[in-house]
Design a protein around this ligand. Sequence first.
Ligand code: HEM
Length: 414
Amino acid sequence: MDIDLLAPDVFSGHRFLDQLAAVRARPGLTWHPEPDGPGFWVAARYDDVHTVLGDPATFSSREGIRLGGTDEAARLVADRMMVVSDPPRHGRIRRVVGAPFTPAALRLWHDRIVAGVTDLVDEVVEAGAGGPLGDRPDEAAGPLVRDAVVRDAVVRDAVGDLTQRLPNQVICAMMDLPRADWPLIGRLTTDGLDSPDPIDRLDANAEIFGYFADLIHQRRARPGDDLISALLAAGGDLTDDELILNCSGVLTGASETVRYAAAGALLVFADRPELWTALRASPELLPTTVEEILRWTSPGLHALRTVTRPVTVSGSDLLPGERVTAWLCSANRDPAVFPDPDTFRPDRTPNRHLAFGWGPHVCVGARVARLELTALLTALISRVRTIAPAGKPVWSTGNFIHGLTSLPVLLRPA
Ligand code: HEM
């Protein structure tokens, strides 16, 4: 099989998992050529991904963490932005940025997050109970105006109407941003991460940095019970520029991943209605279902590292300066670790997936992500009887953060 982990159509066609399965079956790591670059190693097996992500002294994050990033962008943020730093600097930043994400801190936001997610679900499914939304004024209804009511059910784009708004709503509420700014923040975050043009990405990120510069100034003068104020209170030795960069890092980490995990979950339930019926009948399956959603969707496809010293991984000799991509989505489908990996099993136990990464950079927002997905499913369970496909799913072209960009579904209210 030809392997091309740089081709957008491999990702929009959702064929990368087959390619990665072929790579997993090869001995050692696989060398991947690059038309405009030196090439990179591909680590696709669970154990190899674990090895790479667990050893930051040999596999550094300082020169960038994704394919398609520029050296220039990495240089600007290395050692200042948590995800683009190595220990010990990484640990010092993480002590500050991680402060609002401890279990104790999260208890503060728990009810706000659940209430926000529940309101969003209510808004999206209410048409089934309350009639068509077609005549709603644009501004109030947002993307809902294009929905249609079919008998007692309602057709929705599960991504545009629900899962894309979900993390944006949660993180903007946690940061206590003015409601009027939420759509702008959502758009800039997506452009900053996903725009195919690196210059557009830089522009969007520059705009986000400017926004956070003003916000940090305001919150320092008038602290509140929000994520930014908590981060400022933890302060450490971070400069204002570093605080700004890391607020933006949290925003990006929070926004682009959860929406794809949630959308992937809805596709599973639309394709396999018996699973939705079973979950509604046995909500105690929720915790294992959420873990299986994370394994199954793995929205962060790869993490990139740069080799700092000669090392041998699974028999392949890697040299300093070479780049390695650790494919989390592939580790999560490794049959050596997950029996029947290509089947979604809501009761899978154990489920030691690597969707949140591994090692020092393991996702700082994992608890928030789990809470969002749990709140979403809990709200849907009591409000939606069936989820059915209503059109063709559309996948993103990205090879870094990946998932559904559109998923028409028919929701039949409970
Ligand atoms: C399904 C949801 C999510 C997935 C799949 C995910 C995945 C990941 C992965 C794979 C990493 C490691 C990156 C690396 O090693 O280079 C990571 C790190 C990170 N994530 Fe998440 N994430 C999710 C949700 C969130 C949320 C909700 C937030 C914030 C509220 C967040 C903020 C971050 C940050 C700031 C880092 C950098 C951590 C560090 O460098 O120490 N993520 N995430």
